[in-house]
Design a protein around this ligand. Sequence first.
Ligand code: CMX
Length: 434
Amino acid sequence: MLSRLTELVPKEQERLKKIKKEYGKISLGDTTVDMCVGGMRGIKGMLWETSLLDADEGIRFRGLSIPECQKKLPAAIKGGEPLPEGLLWLLVTGEVPSKDQVAGLTKDLRARSKVPGFVFDVLNQFPKSAHPMTQLTAGIMALQTGSEFAKAYEQGIHKSKYWQPTYEDSLNLIAQLPEVAAFIYRRVYKGGKPIAANPNLDYAANYAHMLGFQDQKMHELMRLYITIHSDHEGGNVSAHTVHLVGSALSDPYLSVAAGMNGLAGPLHGLANQEVLRWIQGVVKEIGADVSTEKLKEFVWKTLKSGKVVPGYGHAVLRKTDPRYACQREFALKHLPNDPLFKMVSKIYEVVPPILLETGKVKNPWPNVDAHSGVLLQYFGLKEENYYTVLFGVSRTIGVLSQLIWDRALGLPIERPKSLTFGWIENYCKKKAKK
Ligand code: CMX
């Protein structure tokens, strides 16, 4: 992949120069006071090449929808789920890889996957009760001591070469993260005995194996899971944070650790944990074989107590998330009679009309997090506090693919303009008088 990237970098640098020269002064639309005080919704203010999100259709990775990725990217078994290594290749180069290229990348990642022993010592200092996301971020920060970018910067590397150590750090971190993440799982939930990597397995299957899952179907689920959670354009909290922190030339480890702290928020990646807890709350209070009426009451109770229904809604999407839809397809194929899957299907019927009835929720449909926990439960990964770590391992692939390009294109430090209430009031009063 590195040799292909080396060919692509000068071409894309020229492309950016041309865009700046020819279109630099063209307006992409105005911002409003609502956007300023409302979380910058819809502001077109960031370049993100690896994926693009359409409100109705959902995500496309380098132009490919999820079903297209499932068809075009190499799989471990015929007709099976895509290998995340193939997606990584696609995100970094913009090209669909051959089977051989993916096999080469799997091998490259395996060669980079050794985690220094002191990283585990650092993690062992944490109380086991520390949230797995806290431990994951700490593990990434421990790995940061091996940053090639930080070393090269200290040695005075020319800015035109920044992308090369960024590439090395990115592949190293992507390669090392499953072992760190699996160590956290075994330590917190399985009495501390880690499982050694299996060099014959692909990236996702090996991660599942190190967690303690040998079922082929679980390996397929992990391939799908890691593929679909990787990237969701640039404006979401984790991706934007990595881009922002990276724009200060903080190395990939520092940038990803920051992004993981954003992913750990309940309105973002932690929602997958919250969904499962919420479903368990339903089962506990009204039983697994719940009637529609009782479920409606439960949803209203959640809303009236000032909480969100986790797994529903989105800042950009306005239809059912295709990442939800493909997990539903997976469930229909592999666990159609699972009671919790049936519950998820029932929730899908009940929740959207209620969210619409509130009159304020812009997207009443399920997002990626509404489904993932139920699939993981079925295959035995029942510790919901760990779910966001899986999301984090996957998200690292997407955000680092873009970070390599941020450095290759020499994108500048991010610095949007902020305003005060007083500034807004004065400006709007003056405007009203005109
Ligand atoms: N349950 C209850 N209320 C919800 C809601 C939900 N699922 N989704 C949105 N709302 C509320 C908002 O809290 C907001 O209320 P206030 O006006 O009282 O503040 C109102 O509806 C309008 O919000 P919105 O414009 O529709 O949505 P936002 O862009 O502000 O927020 C999101 C998007 C995802 C944070 C929100 O839908 C939410 O909190 N969902 C539940 C948590 C969740 O599933 N997060 C995961 C998202 C996917 C991911 O990042 O992984």
